[in-house]
Design a protein around this ligand. Structure first.
Ligand SMILES: O=C(O)C(=O)C[C@]1(C(=O)O)C=C[C@@H](O)C=C1
Length: 256
């Protein structure tokens, strides 16, 4: 999350960032949907892990050397023994509590992506393009993880705006009360509608032929590259709940 010159974050600015992250998630899913499920990419090889796990581990080493994973929202899936950046990196303004760097829900994102989400938006089948497939999975995982871990900034802004409301449940370690405080059902409904609409618009087949009076966004859902309803379900069942878990985990340590 870029807070420009390090100025105070606002809830509106953080929500704008979450809206921008939606584009990355929708496009990453559209790209992955080009390939069928390709399950051999996820089966454990003789030596241990799957091709998908191998790819993510190795790709993250390269990313770490290039300077990735320095920001609190950029959290690696396999953090052990990641190398330091080879080139100098520009520092980012420290707007979060130092504990932010240890808030991580990537294990849950990994399980959700492979066990629940992939079967919802990829066709059954095996075209043998496993290397391309796992590279596309990596893009999906990174986009999801980044969006969900932006919850750290949402939590910081909410705490900063109303410390008097958040401090008592933080001290009491009352996770239910924190969850209620930070939940805005009307905002969640809008988010679900927007990501569904984005999938409908971004996933259209674009041609130069006369579209018989159709407007952008009219594309029939069965012709979309990813079923728009999968996006609203993804956000409803996993993205927003996991973002809220990140928010609660961050808040619980905010007064340490
Ligand atoms: O916008 C917020 O206030 C958030 O906390 C983010 C978010 C989301 O994940 O989109 C999560 C919880 C709220 O109920 C609404 C939206």
């Amino acid at each position: 999350m870029d807070s420009g010159g390090g100025e105070q974050l606002s809830l509106a600015a953080v929500r704008d960032q979450l809206i921008r992250e939606e584009d990355s998630i929708v496009f990453a899913l559209i790209e992955r949907a080009k390939r069928p499920r390709n399950t051999p990419a996820y089966s454990a090889a003789a030596g241990g892990g799957s091709l998908a796990e191998f790819f993510v581990r190795e790709a993250q080493v390269l990313h770490a050397k290039a300077g990735h994973y320095q920001k609190p929202e950029d959290v690696p899936f396999f953090s052990q023994d990641l190398p330091p950046p080879v080139f100098p990196t520009k520092g980012h303004p420290k707007v979060l509590h130092p504990f932010a760097s240890s808030v991580c829900v990537n294990d849950a994102i990994w399980k959700m992506y492979f066990n629940e989400l992939l079967p919802l938006f990829t066709a059954d089948g095996d075209d043998g393009n496993y290397a391309e497939t796992v590279a596309l999975d990596f893009a999906c995982l990174q986009a999801l993880s980044r969006r969900i871990h932006c919850g750290k900034y949402v939590a910081e802004v909410k705490f900063g705006d109303a410390p008097q409301d958040y401090s008592p449940p933080i001290r009491a370690k009352d996770t239910n009360a924190l969850m209620n405080l930070l939940t805005f059902t009307a905002v969640e409904e809008k988010v679900k509608k927007r990501v569904e609409k984005k999938a409908r618009i971004f996933g259209q087949i674009v041609t130069l032929e006369d579209s018989a009076g159709k407007q952008d966004g009219d594309a029939c859902d069965s012709h979309c590259k990813v079923d728009p309803k999968v996006l609203s379900k993804l956000y409803d069942m996993w993205v927003m709940p996991l973002t809220k878990d990140v928010e609660v985990e961050y808040l619980l340590r905010r007064l340490d």
